[in-house]
Ligand binder design. Structure first.
Ligand code: MG
Length: 418
């Protein structure tokens, strides 16, 4: 008969091998009776800032049994070290297995300090991801398994082309690269503040010249890519409703995967108006936070696809709740993702565990060496997909020597907090 003890013994071998913690199974079993869950206490939480796709924060949670959990937050991550340090007193001595309760307590305690979104929720996201990694390692299970299991073994990724010279040498180089790498979807940006056809640097209205340039660039890339590769187009919320409607309509013949944020994700009625005016699918969500950021979007039928950024919208549990909420409206889930292989693999566990997953972003095309060496497991994307690992926790471990190359100058590297 398989008891909890034999299960842990079985699980302990790969943990020891993968994470070089041979005393782990003993430590867990010494603190665990046959029918009890592992007993762990948080002892410290530390951060390191890197600069790759903007500022990104890595969070590590330490425990009394030597297990360490790792997480990552992005974009609004500049405040993560200070906020995470402010959480330390609350976290010290807590049982890390109560992930949602820790998250909820910190969220509620910060309601008067901006916990409704932005830097606070971003810091909380990095911390929550580290808790999931820790719990997976403690139980000897991959995160997707703890989330109810997987709907798919591989997670489809799209390549953000991060191009500035679409019609020139950069486009000529990147389009075949995306194809050869095996991606089945790509994304390009069409907003360009430097466009000489722009009449006004402040207003949100694109001129005819700008719209012609946008359509020309999309046609150029669409014709270079084979029809089997989907194309998404991002406007970064820089335009007004008349421009958004016109661009969405003019791009209809390209059968885009989606048009992303033609207007800012602030007025869901305006977004819904654009959606109703066009056959081009509309996508938004990378700057919305937690479930409450998505309720109006879904109720007003403002988009065809949602794209939460898991490393800032609240973390893995929150992203999964958002995905399930969207599924009730038959809306696909296509997470925004600009982080390292640590955060990207964490996102992949969520993508594997929800039925309505469509595609997940990869945004390190301009940092190929950092990407493939960032974790000790090496390259995690093969033929445009991530195979979900069965290793405990997230299933990848940062190579500090490599990641340190991107350390933000003047910031500490996982230094013990006071
Ligand atoms: Mg975007």
């Amino acid at each position: 008969m398989i008891t909890r003890r034999t299960l842990l013994q079985t699980a302990a071998a790969p943990i020891g091998a993968a994470f070089a913690l041979p005393s782990l199974s003993k430590a867990i079993q010494a603190a665990t009776t046959t029918y009890q869950r592992p007993k762990l206490k948080i002892t410290d939480v530390r951060t390191a800032m890197v600069m790759v796709h903007g500022p990104q924060a890595h969070v590590r949670i330490y425990t009394d049994q030597g297990l360490i959990g790792q997480g990552e937050s992005t974009d609004a991550a500049i405040g993560t070290p200070a906020l995470v340090a402010s959480f330390k007193q609350f976290l010290a001595g807590k049982d890390p297995l109560n992930i949602d309760a820790i998250w909820e307590a910190l969220r509620r305690s910060g309601i008067f300090a901006g916990a409704q979104g932005g830097q606070y929720t971003t810091a909380l996201s990095g911390l929550e991801i580290a808790l999931w990694d820790l719990v997976g390692k403690a139980l000897g299970l991959p995160i997707y398994q703890l989330m109810g299991g997987k709907f798919r073994d591989r997670v489809r990724m799209y390549c953000d082309s991060d191009m500035h010279d679409v019609m020139g040498a950069e486009g000529d180089r990147k389009v075949p690269w995306i194809q050869e790498a095996g991606f089945t979807a790509a994304k390009m940006d069409i907003d360009d503040a430097r466009d000489p056809a722009r009449f006004d640097r402040v207003n949100r209205t694109a001129s005819n010249g700008e719209i012609d340039r946008m359509v020309k660039e999309v046609r150029h890339i669409r014709e270079k890519l084979p029809p089997s590769i989907d194309l998404a187009v991002d406007m970064h919320g820089f335009y007004d409703a008349p421009t958004g409607k016109r661009v969405a309509q003019e791009l209809e013949s390209f059968h885009l995967l989606w048009l992303e944020e033609p207007v800012p994700a602030e007025n869901m009625d305006a977004m819904a108006e654009i959606r109703r005016s066009t056959r081009t699918p509309i996508c938004c969500g990378e700057n919305l936070f937690m479930r409450w950021g998505y309720t109006a979007l879904l109720e007003k039928r403002a988009v065809d696809i949602i794209m939460p950024d898991i490393q800032k919208t609240g973390g893995l549990s929150e992203a999964r709740k958002i995905a399930n909420l969207a599924d009730a409206y038959y809306i696909p889930f296509a997470p925004h993702c600009v982080v390292s292989p640590v955060g990207t693999m964490a996102s992949a566990h969520v993508c594997a565990s929800v039925p309505n997953f469509l595609v997940c972003e990869w945004h390190w095309i301009n940092h190929p060496d950092l990407w493939k060496n960032w974790v000790k497991e090496g390259e995690i994307i093969e033929k445009g997909h991530i195979a979900i690992p069965d290793r405990p926790g997230i299933g990848v471990e940062m190579d500090d020597e490599v990641a340190k190359k991107a350390q933000m100058p003047g910031t500490p590297w996982f230094a013990a907090s006071a």
